[in-house]
Design a protein around this ligand. Structure first.
Ligand code: HPA
Length: 257
């Protein structure tokens, strides 16, 4: 391949994929260039992959819950989503997740880049290593998020002057209901700092496909029992409105690194 061909490939192959969650069904600022409908051995992804340029850099965007937002967390086809992204050339995935905050530093509208997780989900298609396999595979998952990617997101946040917390144990719960206050106390006792319904099996599937993966979480409510009121959809929407611009700013800066 000639040098010119190599650099053309580098410019046009989108290696970064963004999986948008609640509050990020479409990526504002993305200059859309097309859509890819991909079928995978695991079925169809949540939506067609949207190709485009963010800050002039090619990326692929996927709405985790579909567009319009209609697939609940436990019915997302995480395997098809990750497989399709990889098939499209993606090697680095940022998962954007709305979460509830347990840790005192993780109140509504706070952005968090977690560094660990505990998986409480069940019954989801959570591995590629089953069915007609040649041998049993156990991936290492000591560090569920790619550290260099976490640091790159943190740098982007600093550059954009967006306050973010760069640690936290993400509890992945089954949903779609929110937790009881006793469940939140249990999660806190387990060492968890924030709660979401979509962080797993996404992170583990990315690891199985050897994709770099990090989570950019936006806290949209205090977890159940952590405030003096019950959780309302209005307060969640308010926090999304207040915090999602910061998430977008981080992504736009991150992509330029
Ligand atoms: N719990 C679980 N998932 C969530 C929450 C929560 O409080 N808020 C947003 N996603």
């Amino acid at each position: 391949m000639t040098q010119a061909a190599t650099s053309a490939k580098e410019i046009t192959t989108p290696t970064i994929g963004i999986v948008g969650g609640t509050g990020l069904t479409e990526l504002e600022g993305l200059e859309i260039t097309g859509e890819k409908t991909i079928t995978t051995p695991w079925g169809a992804p949540s939506a067609p992959l949207v190709t485009g340029n963010l800050s002039g850099v090619p990326v692929i965007f996927l709405a985790r819950h579909g567009n319009p937002h209609r697939i609940p967390p436990h019915q997302v086809n995480y395997r098809a989503n990750l497989w399709a992204l990889r098939e499209a050339g993606v090697r680095t995935v940022i998962g954007v997740n709305a979460v509830g905050g347990i840790h005192a530093a993780m109140g509504p509208a706070q952005i968090v880049i977690p560094d660990q997780m505990v998986d409480y989900t069940w019954g989801r298609g959570h591995t590629f290593f089953e069915g007609d396999i040649e041998h049993v595979t156990h991936i290492d998952f000591t560090y569920p998020y790619t550290e260099t990617l976490r640091q790159a997101l943190k740098t982007a946040a600093l550059d954009e002057d967006v306050h973010c917390v760069d640690f936290g144990v993400y509890a992945a719960t089954q949903g779609p209901r929110l937790e009881t206050s006793a469940e939140v106390r249990r999660l806190e006792n387990d060492g968890c700092d924030l709660i979401g319904m979509t962080g797993m099996p996404e992170a583990a599937l990315a690891a199985e496909l050897e994709l770099d993966y990090a989570c950019l979480a936006l806290v949209v409510n205090w977890a159940a029992g952590k405030s003096d009121h019950i959780i309302t959809m209005d307060e969640i929407q308010e926090a999304i409105d207040a915090g999602m611009s910061g998430v977008r700013a981080i992504l736009a800066r991150f992509i330029q690194q």
